[in-house]
Design a protein around this ligand. Structure first.
Ligand SMILES: NC(=O)c1ccc[n+]([C@@H]2O[C@H](COP(=O)([O-])OP(=O)(O)OC[C@H]3O[C@@H](n4cnc5c(N)ncnc54)[C@H](OP(=O)(O)O)[C@@H]3O)[C@@H](O)[C@H]2O)c1
Length: 342
């Protein structure tokens, strides 16, 4: 793209914010020009005041930036058009509405607006049609908010999308969720090390609501969410009852055929779901594997028992389940609404 679109990251020091910084550093369409966290960071250097937690180093061009204070008029004057939000939900409710009203295109990870009727929870490979909801928010005359799903739902929805054709009646999902899903600093080490916590506030309700909204299914959904002491990657055990008898071969074919159009968006994996035949996979240590790293959903251990089909999946909660999800949403928006005009 000749002229990159200027963007800002809100909540840039957090778990999701750091992935934004990492993925936007050399993005072919977007130029990261403003980096914002809480007001106390204003003016500080990003490298000096961020506890960097990702396995890959902080990009040098990001390290050189200073934090800006949150101010809508300054964002406007700076020429920023896209806002990537990794704010806590309570802060997001006010800030994202203000930014949308000021004309910005807001791509958010927060749950604040996910269930407003005219706000999409978008996963381009799963429900691309939901993007059109931005027109009911007043776009192109006004700004808009597009959200991505909760981190646990994201990988699940991608793996289930090509299986909708078999009519999902019941869905049982047990999760093994990484501590990075709770943000930074998140849980106390004393609470989680050598332990597993069988409760994540609001998570099971989010899976039910978001799966139904994104996948457009009415299935009965039975989630059970557990936090475990791994850093990155949510593992999920899934059992499905389909309306009719479905063979393992049908499932494998559906995943194999499921893909992104040519040419893919910069952050889109050509194969969103990769089935692994070795029985001991998928594992959270693969969270940053795949192409682009962290965007592919790994499945494995496909099996049948009575009327149920079971498998495991692994999704990177902070990439596919968060920042990468927002970036691919912004890309599909540009592809649909901006590129045809230029
Ligand atoms: N972690 C995940 O896997 C995941 C996945 C999907 C969605 N999400 C959602 O994404 C959002 C961010 O999650 P996270 O895990 O990155 O959280 P986090 O690690 O706790 O980071 C929160 C960020 O928000 C900033 N912040 C806090 N209070 C603020 C305020 N009053 N004004 C402005 N900025 C403020 C923090 O800045 P300071 O460092 O300066 O305080 C930090 O940059 C949340 O809404 C979360 O629910 C997270």
């Amino acid at each position: 793209m000749e002229n990159k679109i200027k963007c800002a990251v809100l909540g840039a020091t957090g778990m999701v914010g750091q992935v934004f910084l990492s993925m936007l550093a050399n993005h072919p369409w977007f130029e990261l020009t403003r980096v914002i966290a809480s007001d106390k960071r204003g003016g500080q250097n990003v490298a000096a005041s961020t506890a960097w937690l990702l396995p890959q180093p902080m990009p040098t061009e990001v390290a050189a930036l200073n934090f800006n204070k949150y101010a809508v008029d300054q964002l406007k004057e700076s020429g920023v058009q896209i806002i990537f939000s990794a704010l806590p939900a309570d802060i997001a409710r006010e800030a994202e509405a203000e930014l949308r009203d000021a004309g910005f295109w807001v791509f958010s990870n927060a749950g604040a607006f996910r269930h407003e009727e005219n706000v999409p929870i978008l996963i381009p490979e799963v429900n691309p049609e939901a993007l059109r909801l931005i027109e009911t928010q007043g776009f192109p005359q006004r700004g808009f908010i597009v959200t991505n799903s909760n981190c646990t739902t994201a990988g699940l929805a991608v793996a289930l999308a090509p299986l909708r054709q078999f009519s999902i009646q019941k869905l049982f999902v047990s999760t093994y969720q990484a501590i990075s899903g709770a943000g930074y600093p998140g849980l106390s080490a004393l609470d989680i090390m050598g332990n597993a916590i069988p409760f994540i506030n609001g998570e099971e309700e989010k899976i039910i609501r978001e799966c139904r909204k994104i996948l457009g299914i009415e299935a009965d959904i039975f989630p059970a969410c557990v936090r475990i002491p791994v850093k990155f990657g949510h593992l999920e055990s899934v059992w499905i009852e389909f309306e009719h008898d479905v063979s393992n071969e049908d499932i494998l074919n559906a995943w194999a055929k499921f893909g992104n159009d040519q040419p893919p968006l910069p952050t889109a994996p050509q194969r969103p779901v990769l089935y692994q035949t070795e029985e001991k996979f998928p594992q959270p240590k693969q969270a940053f594997e795949g192409r682009p790293p962290g965007m592919q959903v790994f499945t494995g251990r496909l099996r049948k028992q009575h009327k149920l089909t079971g498998f495991f999946l692994l999704a990177n909660n902070i990439v596919r389940g968060a920042a990468g999800g927002s970036i691919i949403n912004a890309e599909v928006f540009i592809q649909n609404y901006q590129r045809q005009e230029s």
